[in-house]
Design a protein around this ligand. Structure first.
Ligand code: PEP
Ligand code: MN
Length: 284
């Protein structure tokens, strides 16, 4: 059998200017853009989902983070509202212009969510679920692929290669922190993964400042570090009342913090000449 070298594969960058823009309706991910995905860790009920969606849209997010199925470390923790949430997704679609992304843990979830979402997320626990990667490789929607918590960049890129080799080129890589000896933060944000991935592959790279820190107080710093390091966007957990969240409240930011962060991000995006879809006027 002929061995294919990593650099011959489809996600490898052929030259410095070879950058893929993943376009989903009116939203672009990739070089020259800075795109924000925001929403709760999980949809808990209609009221909080709609309130959060409208707020993050007003503050400049383009995509709503809308998990219905949650991969939780403990089987006794909130597992997401599941299929019941489809009606809520429909309502968010009709009341906002946000695109909707959601995590799938299995091919069955993909079928359930398919008609209701614009972007599919594969979480870090499934980065090396090769059968699932092949399944999402057959669809025509963009895939956010999160880095496994112990995955090297090579393993991460080979996971993306599973998707692209099955036919789907619309992949957005997401750095979400890796396991290290440090316990102060939930994970260690591997900030240099951003320019390293951008050097290695033509795919867009976004950062999850929520799971990579585990602490709402550190989310703004991680977000600003991400844009400075060359990220093409963020996926952030925002909750109307983080202390009452059913999952990941300690790392979710409230609306006031999100608003301040978006203003700062806008200034940085302007300096770095990245296009945003933020509606607000900047005054900090
Ligand atoms: C998530 O984004 O909801 C999530 C579970 O994150 P990760 O897969 O990075 O742990
Ligand atoms: Mn979460």
């Amino acid at each position: 059998m002929k061995m294919v070298k990593l650099k011959d594969k489809k996600i490898w960058k052929s030259n410095k200017n070879n950058n893929t823009i993943v376009k989903c309706k009116n939203v672009n991910f990739g070089e020259g853009y800075f795109t924000v995905i925001a929403g709760p860790c999980a949809i808990e009920n209609k009221e909080m989902a709609l309130q959060t969606a409208k707020k993050v849209e007003n503050l400049g997010a383009s995509v709503f983070r809308s998990s219905l199925f949650k991969p939780r470390t403990s089987p006794y923790s909130f597992q997401g509202i599941g299929e019941e949430g489809l009606e809520i997704l429909k309502e968010i679609k009709s009341e906002t212009n946000l695109l909707i992304e959601s995590e799938v843990l299995s091919a069955e979830h993909l079928n359930i969510l398919y008609d209701h979402i614009d972007i599919v997320r594969i979480g870090s626990r499934n980065m090396d679920n090769y059968e699932l990667l092949k399944e999402v490789g057959k669809i025509d929607k963009p895939i956010i692929l999160k880095r496994g918590m112990s995955a090297t960049l090579k393993e991460f890129l080979l996971a993306a290669e599973y998707i692209i080799s099955a036919g789907n080129e619309h992949i957005i890589l997401c750095e979400r922190g890796i396991r290290s000896f440090e316990t102060y933060t939930r994970n260690t944000l591997d900030i240099l993964a951003v320019p390293s991935l951008k050097e290695l592959t033509h795919l867009p790279v976004i950062v999850d400042p929520s799971h990579s820190t585990g602490k709402s107080s550190l989310v703004p710093s991680a977000s600003k570090a991400a844009i400075a390091a060359g990220a093409d966007g963020l996926i952030i957990e925002v909750h109307p009342n983080p202390k009452d969240a059913l999952s990941d409240g300690e790392q979710s930011i409230d609306f006031i913090t999100f608003e301040k962060l978006m203003k700062e991000i806008k200034v940085l995006a302007d300096v770095l000449m990245k296009k945003t879809s933020f509606k607000q006027e900047v005054s900090i």
